[in-house]
Design a binder for this molecule. Structure first.
Ligand code: ADE
Length: 241
């Protein structure tokens, strides 16, 4: 079944890149269908206002609920449907992970709600939660100007896992964070030439000895994971789970 992706944003042009990236290919193949919408299309005033001052005071502006509600009615509908996944990218969301991407890759309908300013009136999220399957997700511990770039990153992580998207599904099995790697970071990769600018490919990789190659790769994965991502390892001993 085709996966339908909708983007609600005051900068829908962000999503033009989906036509030229790998997604263009998937869309042509009928695997995904992309619709970007301008939230301002659901405003009714001359200035097409989408924001207002925060209740309770404070700096910045908050996105008004009204345009979101009307956009939801038109794009998703007014009936509850748990098969619709609605994503709110936010630095306050739960961390987005490979397993979240995996789960979303079987969804038939994903709607990305991209906030700007300080954020969206919280009732929009509560309303969506009462109707659909809502995910508030963060890309990491840093603040972006809006949800658009996060939505693009999430899209790429999800769509490449859609069955039929990858030319060679085996390359999905071995990369970082996948089950095939025991949750370790991926080992370093090399290709020819064997000698380049005075730097050589590790000898073991040219040995043709599959057992030694597998051990070298595993050791490198463990070493890198302990060094860079101790959070992915057993914290007491620095050993992978
Ligand atoms: N919007 C702003 N910052 C974000 C982040 N770190 N992750 C997801 N969405 C965001």
């Amino acid at each position: 079944m085709t996966m339908r992706l909708d983007y609600l944003s005051i900068f829908p042009a962000y999503f033009d890149v989906l036509d030229i990236s790998l997604l263009g290919k998937a869309a042509v193949n009928g695997l995904v269908e992309v619709h970007a919408h301008d939230l301002r299309d659901w405003t009714h005033d001359r200035h097409r206002t989408v924001d207002d001052t925060p209740c309770g005071g404070g700096a910045g502006m908050v996105m008004k609920p009204d345009p979101w509600g009307e956009a939801f009615d038109e794009i998703i509908g007014t009936e509850p449907d748990s098969s619709v996944h609605v994503i709110f990218p936010s630095p306050s969301g739960a961390p987005f992970t490979q397993s979240a991407a995996q789960e979303l890759s079987s969804a038939v309908r994903i709607v990305f709600c991209c906030g700007r300013y300080e954020g969206i009136d919280h009732r929009v999220i509560d309303y969506a939660r009462s109707m659909w399957t809502v995910h508030e997700v963060s890309l990491g511990d840093y603040v972006l100007n809006g949800g658009e770039v996060a939505a693009l990153a999430i899209t790429e992580a999800v769509v490449r896992l859609v069955p039929g998207f990858m030319g060679n599904p085996e390359s999905l099995a071995e990369e970082s964070f996948s089950a095939g790697q025991d949750g370790l970071l991926e080992y370093p990769l090399f290709t020819r030439p064997v000698s380049w600018r005075g730097l050589d490919v590790p000898e073991v990789l040219m040995s043709g000895h599959h057992g030694r190659i597998a051990k070298w790769r595993r050791d490198e994965s463990v070493r890198l994971t302990c060094e860079r991502r101790p959070d992915l390892t057993d914290s007491d001993f620095g050993v992978p789970h």
